[in-house]
Design a protein around this ligand. Structure first.
Ligand code: FAD
Length: 418
């Protein structure tokens, strides 16, 4: 019978970080990943916030960073494109390929002594006498004192074990991403960047044809990551085409196409994103198991930014620390592992999710993604698009269903939820 101190399911940011911290503390760890190599199944947009990761990985700057984000853009797209640009010298985030970052993190776990097996899909949590005692993969049972479930948002194992139900479509989003290869010079010239600086560009409105969500573009060394994140509930109700066509149209839009001219599509991926994360938090621990990362709902989608990687990794780190404590308290009982929930609730991760709970309500109102950008770009268009007569700036707002009052309420709704 094979037995480990701990088995970690999934070599994403959450799982690899747990495995790394546990292995460093002397635990005998097995990290199981279904992809060909760690990182091969992971999908994200492109930006990682560094501070929480630096606490776990003091040498994070040696990780495969693409560019340091020093330029931020947010655009409202309707009949015209209104862009707000912000530049900062002291950046707190960098762009990366998640495949490379996850590979780097798994490498750290391996260096620390974890055993990594790839191309193995865990079929089930091994539950005996109401306790999680290991995993079942390809008909084999592998035992461990504790299992860290870091399987990501699909959560099939938690569902099969009867710990959760399928998420409601309105609580998750669909992300689709393309990587467009350009030359390094083109990336720097077109986006006004130097050798190491990068840009994060978020778009809202017509880019998703009014489906609640938005578009993103992140610059890498010699490519850009481009895509959309759309609320699944909204998409089911409103979509009239294939989802990939939305990204294609975004790539061809007059506001982006010159930036991408001559580029070639080198990567395409799609993935779910926890959106109403507060509503997705499962039972976080039990006899012999803890749940971390996206599987635990540890993601913050504020529309203008998505924070998943740092929160996932930090929850994985806290889970490992909680397992160490449970070990010193006598074993991996639910009672001893409850310290994980306590530590998580005291951490910035949970506090952030709690602070912004309710933000997802804006994703349930398509008007905010149609009439609002339309009204705002309409005001600006009236300022600059003059043929003979100038028009009253607010005339456009009167066309919004519900008029000016409704427009102000919508604006307040967006601002208050953030
Ligand atoms: C389109 C998109 C854009 C995003 N943009 C950003 C962004 O810009 N910044 C940011 O910080 N976050 C972003 N995110 C969120 C971020 O990607 C996730 O929050 C983060 O990857 C979660 O890490 P994780 O380790 O919990 O899960 P994952 O990264 O999903 O890793 C789970 C791992 O488990 C493995 N696995 C699953 N089931 C099994 C099984 N049964 N057996 C074995 N292995 C299994 C998978 O192969 C995978 O490697 C984005 C997500 C998407 C989809």
């Amino acid at each position: 019978m094979q037995k480990f101190d701990s088995i970690v399911i999934g070599a994403g940011p959450a799982g690899s970080t747990s495995a790394y911290v546990l292995a460093k503390s002397g635990f005998n760890v097995l990290l199981v990943e279904r992809g060909k190599v760690a990182g091969s199944k992971n999908v994200f947009g492109g930006r990682i916030y560094i501070s929480p990761l630096k606490e776990i990985y003091p040498d994070i700057e040696k990780a495969p960073v693409q560019r340091w984000v020093k330029k931020e853009r947010i655009s409202l797209v309707a009949d015209g494109c209104l862009t707000l640009e912000f530049q900062h010298e002291k950046t707190t985030s960098f762009t990366a390929y998640l495949s490379k970052m996850a590979e780097w993190m798994a490498g750290k776990a391996e260096e620390a002594g974890a055993t990594i097996v790839t191309e193995i899909t865990v079929d089930n949590l091994l539950v005996e006498d109401g306790k999680v005692k290991g995993i079942v993969a390809g008909g084999d049972k592998v035992y461990s004192d504790v299992v860290v479930d870091a399987e990501g948002i699909n959560r099939l194992l938690l569902e099969r074990a009867g710990f959760i139900e399928k998420p409601k479509p309105e609580n998750v989003a669909l992300g689709i991403k393309e990587v467009i290869k350009l030359s390094k010079k083109d990336v720097e010239d077109r986006f006004g960047l130097d050798e190491t600086s990068g840009m994060a560009w978020l778009m809202m409105g017509d880019v998703t044809k009014g489906i609640p969500g938005g578009g993103f573009l992140y610059t890498n060394q010699d490519s850009v990551s481009l895509g959309i994140v759309i609320n699944l509930g909204g998409a089911i109700k409103m979509i009239k085409e294939y989802a990939y066509e939305i990204v294609e149209r975004m790539r061809e839009s007059p506001y982006l196409k010159d930036y991408l001219k001559g580029g070639s599509l080198v990567e395409y991926s799609a993935h779910l994103v926890p959106q109403a994360s507060y509503k997705l938090i499962p039972r976080l621990y039990g006899d012999g198991f803890v749940v971390v990362g996206d599987a635990a709902g540890m993601l913050l989608d504020l529309g203008y930014t998505i924070r998943g990687v740092d929160l996932a990794a930090y929850s994985g780190y806290l889970a490992a620390k909680a397992i160490e404590k449970a070990h010193s308290s006598g074993g991996m009982t639910a009672e001893n592992l409850s310290v994980y929930e306590k530590m998580l609730k005291e951490s910035f991760v949970y506090k952030q999710i709690e602070k912004f709970r309710g933000t997802e309500r804006i994703f349930s109102d398509p008007r905010i993604f149609t009439e609002f950008p339309d009204a705002v770009t309409g005001i600006v268009k009236r300022m600059f698009h003059i043929e003979y007569e100038s028009e009253k700036l607010l005339d456009n707002v009167k066309k919004v269903k519900g008029g000016f009052f409704r427009f102000i309420l919508d604006a307040l709704k967006v601002v208050r939820s953030l």
